[in-house]
Each structure stands twice: as structure tokens, then as C-alpha cells.
Ligand binder design. Sequence first.
Ligand code: PLP
Length: 378
Amino acid sequence: MIPCQRHLFDIPDHIAYFNCAYMSPLMHKVVAAGQQAVTLKAQPWRISPPDFFSTPERARGLFARLINAQADDIAMVPACSYGTATAAQNLPVAKGQTLVVLQDQFPSNVYPWRELAARREAKVVTIPRGGNDGWTPRILDAIDANTAIVALPHCHWTDGGLVDLDAVGRRCRQVGAALVVDLTQSIGALPFDVTVVQPDFAVAAGYKWMLGPYTLGFLYVAPRHRDGRPLEHNWIARQGSEDFAGLVDYKSDFQPGARRYDMGEGANFIALPMAIAALEQLLDWGVAEIQETLSAMTARIAERTAPLGLGASDPSLRAGHFLGLGFPGEVPDGLTDRLGRDGVYVSVRGQSMRVTPHLFNNDGDIDRLIDALATVLP
Ligand SMILES: Cc1ncc(COP(=O)(O)O)c(C=O)c1O
């Protein structure tokens, strides 16, 4: 178990922030890295051409370690939607084939598939919520020889409902379907290994469980898709771009590996040092240890919310860093605003109150949450 790390964050005592799934706070060292980076941009003579490559490479390498990949496998993206759009542009779908998603899946991992299905006269199959055995058995049932693409999260963004991606990956390989995963609500807090799941593409926005800045994420691309078409054509992604004097000697070849899919201005001088500082800390803590610690915390919270009549999903069917709590009736009006007035921050997604802690939370925060909930419940 990792002891409370609140001292590393800028969170006043009277704030109980249980909303990492919305946006993580930044550690002091991440803020300092960003401030230093802004100062550097004020003096651009201190930024040299090799920095356009070395800083992204460091970030790529650190993210790769989180998912047991190599720097070569990773492209820099601004958002999850950029990664799913890249995947949609590079995966084959024939008329009449199916694309599999979950009910109420996050829109950045739904819209590109709807649009692709419409263009190719394919069909989006949406797995409905329900059942007592979690998502995985119904996902496996929906994947057959007619499936072109399975696009899923590791855990559902509304309540943490877990998907067994190892099993789904195996099934996709059996039938020849492509697998695209959105790790935005899991990576950094829930172990994931590309060598086991073997997805075609895996993308994550970095401002939640990666504890990083907004508008910076990473895209894993399997080796079989390394000759695909990027969404945009920027100069850095082309071979030889290290030679700034020779940039108009236009090249048709790309930088190696997944780098061809890099967003324009991927050498983000402000966001990258922040992401690097956060990734180093995550790797130092260890993702399995983070998951274990947060699982214990959400279990303690579930134990204390049960007597208030709030139902939690079965711990074996949800990711440990997520707790989706159901109310006996409707979600009380203005719930998040009313809790916010007591310094307690959670989200409501659908009919679920989403409680998503991190290592900065302590038992005092849990007391505050329980006291505030007791005042809003009838
Ligand atoms: C599951 C999931 N994916 C992606 C995102 C963010 O998407 P994007 O980076 O396209 O804004 C969110 C934000 O809440 C999310 O919950």
C-alpha cells in the first residue's frame, strides 16, 4: 500500500477531491516543470533544434513503460478522439460488417465508429448495460467472424465497470477483428500490458489518471499498422526533419515506428515536461501498487456509503480506482453543487455518482464525503 501522498499536491485541507476521472490535480513538481517550461519559451534562444526530438522521445519512452511497449510504438496525440480517428482511418471495414461498442461509452470512442460505419455501410453493435456478470461475457458473445472492429475502454467511464481486455483481445484474434482501446479512464491506475492484450491501437488522454496536463495524450500503434495514413501531414513526422536547414527538401518517408501519426507541434515545450514529471512519479509508485491502494480506498468508501442506502457495484466487476454509487431513487437534485458547497467533489454520470479518488485522498476526506452525503439524502 502506498501511504497518502497529499503533500505532493496543492490541495487545501477543507477540500475532499474525489474526481480524478473528471480531471486530476497536478503535483507540485508537475506545476514547477510547467512553470520552468513557460520561462524557457520566453527565452527561445535556449531551445535548440535537438530539443524538438529529445523531449518527445523521453515522454514516449516513459508512457511506453506504463503499457510494456517501446518508445517506437508510441505517437503523441492531443486527445483521445485524435487516436480513435487515426485508428478509424487505418482499419479496414467492409459493407455489412459490425463494429462493437458499449452502451453509454465515451463519445470520443463512439462518434468515429458511427461515422465510419455510415461511410462503409457497416453496423455499430452496442452492448447494452445490465446483467449480473459484468460486460465481458456479453462483449465476447457479440464478437464473431463478421466483426471488423471492437472499440472499448478498460473500464466504463460512468461507473468503472471493468472489461477483461485479455479475454477480448484473444477473441478478436480468433475471429480476425481489430481491437481499439481507450485507456483514458484507466492508464496510470490500472495495469495494462500491450504484449498480453495485443490491441491494434490504444489511446489515452493524459489529464486524468496520468496526472498530466490537458491536450496531451499518447497513442500505441501495433507494428502491423506502421505504414498507415496519419490524420495530418506535419514536417516533424517526416524523415530527416532533424535537419532544419533542409526542410524544404520534401520527403515522402516518415520518421520510424508510430511517429508518423504524431500530431503537429508534438514537441510541446510546455506540456511535455509536465507529462514527463508526472509519468516519472507514476512509474516510481508503480501502477499495480496504485491500483491496490485505490481499491482499498474505494472499498472503505463503499462500506461507509452502504448504510446511507447507496449501492456499489460488485468489486470484482469494477476497476478498483472507480466507485459508481447508485441512489435508492433518483439522483438528488443539484447533488454535485450541494456537495461542492461542503468542499466535496464527485461527478454524476447517468444515474451513477462517480467517486474517483487518488493517492492525495485521506480518511478525513472520506469523513467529509460521508457527512456531506448524509445532509443531501432524504
Ligand atoms: C473514457 C474517456 N475517454 C476519453 C475522454 C476524453 O476524450 P478527448 O481526449 O477526446 O477529449 C474522456 C473524458 O472524460 C473519457 O472519460
